[in-house]
Design a protein. Structure first.
Length: 82
């Protein structure tokens, strides 16, 4: 992103009462423990290291899609409270 990095964007999203409940999944190439801790401290729901192959990426995306759209119960967006 040209004007801010992912952590800055995450801070901004999580500081906004209307956006802070949005479940954010971070996909990154970093497996550094420090990055994982700092990212969870900013409020992400999941931290996923990108697979190195396209096939691996497709499988991760299918799994994430199934989890977030078929398994998890999320709050109704109409009932969001500030």
């Amino acid at each position: 992103m040209p004007k801010m990095d992912g952590r800055e964007a995450l801070r901004e999203i999580k500081s906004d009462p209307m956006l802070r409940r949005i479940p954010i999944v971070v996909m990154t190439t970093s497996k550094a423990e420090e990055d994982i801790y700092r990212t969870y401290d900013l409020g992400v729901r999941s931290y996923v290291a990108k697979p190195v192959t396209f096939e691996g990426l497709v499988e991760v995306m299918k799994t994430l899609g199934r989890y977030w759209f078929e398994i998890v119960e999320l709050p109704d967006s109409g009932g969001a409270r500030a």
